[in-house]
Design a protein around this ligand. Structure first.
Ligand code: ADP
Length: 477
């Protein structure tokens, strides 16, 4: 991922800022000015109505002198900040609030006149904007109201207010909107920065390192230490990387172990066969070497079988053929198969079995393999003229099996590793040339497939005890 997300965010922010400014300075400005103009026109119209009905009609009834009228409307004019005219239908200005001389000359019959004045120019509206027949230098809002007496229009009240004054008020409103927008934009900028630090930066770190993971480089770690979802994601990915790294290392070790374990018997088989064929080994000696070849092929066979077993157990959901069987009987039968080897090594079995029969619920053939592998190891690593104790007991609705020898034992630093595939302690390497280092890995897989536990207690030079649990059969409860 390039900086595209950041670029998108910043572009979106800039567009947002520009849009806000354009909207404020055009639409909002226009709308507020128009609103203000209408509002002002309404106010002036109301005033015009009052002037027409009160002062102007009094004037036309001759109850008001022109000076009196002028004085009154001048006062109102100041209050409204607007010029007030009384104009006759033919355009003669009778009173001008801003110009006393116009009113005075009107008294003498000489009128300032707007000859083009035509009330029809207002159309259906009650106000106009412009310079009112060139009467003003600047834009003006003009509101009119007719003065009627005896159903006859005698004149009009005209109120003129500079639109600059109206725009100023509208601008004040727009300025407030600008301030509000300024605060909002600063707030959103802060939000953007916050997002940048809390979301974008961790996301970038995670994405950069996950690319390295995709290339198979698992040594790098993600340094996001927050307690939010990103922190959790980073921790999970770091854990995943460590696991994958270990897995890769395990796979490498596995392949090199398999190759090594296959190569050594194959090399000796090849060597002996060649020696027999080219006559290096004389005919009378061939039997001995053919037996060695046979035992090496057996070893290869065992190795292949163990690998296949492990592969099967390693897959999740290995199918177990669960049934009730007598574990005491199984121990007795298995022990009997080792009689020959025990005689040569002068090893005795001591069985401490609970009850005559002890039923467990498990996969019979797989548990037999477990017991076989453990007894096989016990014999292999026992001193001559020693004993192996096998015990069954019941605890918390579980059957506990223990196989204890008084052999060479396992060094403390190897205890955890003995369950690994192909692992052999240095001690055993000298004594056990035939072992594959897969037996205990298979044992562990089988016990775990049953959701049970297996453990070992061992002291170097004193012996080892392997203990595992099995579910007690219902018939024993
Ligand atoms: P192997 O085929 O070599 O016996 P295992 O997986 O059964 O492979 O055992 C792994 C290693 O654990 C052995 O090589 C040996 O070093 C050690 N080990 C297993 N059982 C015993 C035991 N009863 N006494 C001493 N060492 C043992």
């Amino acid at each position: 991922m390039k900086r595209s997300l950041l670029l998108k965010l910043i572009s979106a922010y800039i567009v947002f800022v520009l849009l806000t400014l354009v909207i404020l300075s055009t639409f909002i400005q226009h709308i507020t000015t128009e609103r203000q103009k209408q509002h002002e026109a309404q106010n002036l119209y109301r005033e015009a109505t009052l002037i027409a009905s009160d002062y102007a009609s009094l004037y036309y009834r001759d109850s008001f002198s022109p000076e009196e009228l002028h004085r009154q409307i001048s006062a109102i004019s100041k209050y409204l900040s607007a010029e007030i005219w009384i104009i006759s239908p033919n355009g003669n200005i009778v009173v001008d609030s801003s110009n006393l001389s116009v009113s005075q000359s009107a008294i003498q019959g000489t009128f300032k006149s707007i000859t083009e004045f035509d009330v029809a120019d207002f159309g259906s509206s009650y106000y106009l904007t412009g310079n009112f027949y060139n009467s003003f230098d600047q834009d003006t809002l003009t509101v009119f109201y007719p003065i009627t007496m005896n159903y006859q229009v005698r004149g009009y009240v005209l109120l003129h207010k500079s639109t600059a004054l109206i725009t100023n008020t509208a601008n004040e409103f727009t300025n407030i909107a600008f301030y509000a927008a300024g605060i909002t934009l600063t707030g959103s900028l802060l939000l953007l920065l916050f997002f940048l630090f809390t979301v974008y930066r961790p996301l970038r770190k995670i994405s950069k390192i996950s690319m390295a993971y995709a290339k198979g480089e698992f040594t790098q770690k993600i340094s996001v230490h927050s307690s939010d979802e990103f922190g959790v994601l980073a921790d999970t990915m770091n854990f995943m990387a460590t696991e994958l790294d270990t897995l890769e290392e395990d796979q490498r070790k596995f392949v090199s172990n398999v190759s090594h374990d296959f190569r050594s018997p194959l090399t000796s088989i090849k060597g002996y066969v060649e020696a027999i064929l080219d006559g290096t080994i004389p005919a009378e000696m061939q039997d001995k070497y053919l037996n060695i070849i046979l035992s090496e092929t057996e070893r290869l066979n065992n190795l292949t079988q163990s690998l296949l077993d492990l592969n099967r157990f390693g897959q999740h959901g290995v199918r177990l053929d669960i049934a009730d069987f007598d574990i005491n009987q199984m121990i007795r039968t298995t022990v009997a198969t080792f009689e020959g080897r025990c005689l040569t090594k002068r090893i005795r079995f001591e069985l401490f079995l609970t009850g005559e029969e002890l039923y467990v619920t498990a996969d019979m053939s797989k548990i037999q393999q477990v017991i076989h592998n453990l007894i096989d190891n016990a014999i292999k690593f026992s001193y001559t003229n020693s004993s192996i104790k096998i015990e069954t007991s019941i605890m918390n609705e579980k059957t506990i099996l223990s196989i204890r020898d008084s052999g060479i034992g396992i060094p403390a630093d190897s205890i955890k590793k003995i369950w690994e595939r192909f692992y052999k302690t240095d001690l055993s390497r000298g004594k056990d040339k035939k072992g594959t280092g897969l037996g205990l890995a298979i044992v562990k897989e089988i016990i775990q497939a049953h959701n049970e536990h297996i453990d070992v207690i061992s002291t170097e030079g004193a012996g080892s005890e392997f203990i595992f649990t099995l579910p007690l059969s219902q018939r024993e409860l």
